[in-house]
Design a protein around this ligand. Structure first.
Ligand code: NAD
Ligand code: WQD
Length: 358
């Protein structure tokens, strides 16, 4: 797909979505953004505009499950493709609120699909997740797209359900094309320090926890288990810079016209880092010691999850360019510059509120 094209970005105020908005604006795309701000703030768009040097486009506050509101957006704009980030994403929370997760993640996706189909929009880039591999093949080797699927939480199961629905829709509707991108562990922040990850409440994920310990908002990091069968006993993951992640989305958009159907790609670096290696890299980035203790393993955790990301390199030439040191440096810069998050930037954007009445 060649710019200028109009892209609907769902969940565009979130961590990955806000970085994707910058990436797409930088490459000439016109954007329509929808978000209900359930895990974000509309304040982020003034930051997006500062970084991109352009207006973000039209932004709608709406819940993607609101069929009429979503249809009204498609009625008003000629959308060429959709990048669908909007979802609930906390694995632990999903075990306590499974219905909410299925409703938002699966129901939100089918509502979006209906609106797309009714408006003749058949190109979608979908945020999927490495979590659907469960504990992988068990041998600790890199996970290819054909690795055994075993979703271990309602969150992971919701992503797998979406993928299956999307694959079936692609089989049945000629021309429908979906790029499902299974991200491993996106971390880091925009190098400007203006955009980053801003979890509500106590963060679950390692990198925001580290940043909060480093800045003094938390006393220490709990390392969940040092008795895994790994070189230093702590669990291994494939951390990927959010800037590399969103670059892959822009490239995915460019390939939507290649071949119709469902295409699934892993997005990862292809190299694992243990928890203690990430702690060491973060200490290096922030120049101060990170106090930590060893805690019991977290329920549902797996020993190792590393991507085999050769398919996306082969098909699109996409390879991540940023290393763990850069991810920690950028995450730390964002944390330092924004001890209380994005709030505080007040410039208005061209924002509209659409209710179910349109
Ligand atoms: P995020 O929570 O920062 O962003 C999601 C955005 O969607 C938020 O702005 C939220 O307000 C919005 N949203 C949620 N429910 C909505 C609804 N019903 N209607 C409209 N907007 C809604 O999360 P993120 O880290 O940016 O993740 C983006 C996508 O990537 C999600 O689909 C997530 O499952 C997927 N993903 C994330 C990771 C990760 O580690 N961050 C890894 C793999 C996959
Ligand atoms: C990484 C490692 C923890 C916090 C999750 C989702 C996955 C995807 C990415 C959405 C693990 C350890 C963590 C802490 C720790 N998201 N850790 N102390 O669990 O690999 O993946 O986010 O799709 O689906 O499952 O990421 O950052 O939570 O944990 O020791 O305070 O850090 O045990 O080994 P995870 P994470």
């Amino acid at each position: 797909m060649n710019p200028p094209s109009t892209i609907l970005v769902t969940g565009g105020a979130g961590f990955i979505g806000s970085h994707a908005c910058v990436e797409l604006l930088d490459h000439g795309y016109e954007l329509i953004v929808v978000d209900d701000y359930s895990n974000s703030s509309s304040q982020v768009f003034s930051r997006v505009e500062r970084v991109a040097g352009r207006f973000v486009g039209t932004v709608y506050e709406l819940d993607i499950r609101d069929r009429r509101a979503l249809a009204a957006v498609f009625d008003r704009h000629s959308v060429d493709a959709v990048v669908h980030f909007a979802a609930l994403k906390a694995v632990g929370e999903s075990t306590r609120m499974p219905v909410e997760y299925y409703d938002t993640n699966v129901g939100g996706t089918t509502t979006l699909l209906r609106a797309m189909h009714e408006h003749g929009v058949h190109h979608l880039v979908f945020s999927s997740s490495c979590s659907l591999y469960g504990d992988g093949d068990g041998d600790g080797g890199p996970l290819g797209e054909d690795a055994v699927v075993g979703p271990g939480s309602p969150y992971a199961a919701s992503k797998w359900a979406c993928e299956q629905i999307l694959a079936d829709v692609c089989r049945r509707i000629p021309g429908f094309t979906v790029m499902a991108l299974r991200y491993f562990n996106p971390v880091g922040a925009h190098p400007s320090g203006l955009l980053g990850e801003e979890p509500r409440g106590t963060p679950d994920n390692l990198m925001p926890c580290l940043a909060q310990v480093a800045v003094g908002r938390r006393e220490r990091l709990h390392v969940f288990g040092d008795d895994w069968d790994t070189p230093d006993g702590t669990a291994v993951r494939d951390y990927l810079h959010v800037m590399d992640t969103v670059e892959a989305h822009r490239i995915a958009l460019e390939h939507l016209g290649d071949m119709p159907g469902m295409h699934v790609y892993n997005l990862g670096v292809g190299q694992g880092s243990s928890v203690l290696e990430v702690v060491a890299a973060f200490q290096e980035a922030c120049g101060r010691p990170i106090p930590y203790d060893i805690a019991p393993r977290r329920p549902g955790d797996v020993r190792e999850r590393v991507a085999d990301a050769t398919a996306v390199a082969r098909d699109w030439g996409w390879r991540p360019r940023r290393n763990l040191a850069g991810m920690c440096r950028d995450a730390w810069r964002f944390q330092q510059l924004n001890p209380s998050g994005h709030a505080g930037s007040a410039r208005q954007t061209n924002r509209k509120r659409v209710t179910s009445c349109g």
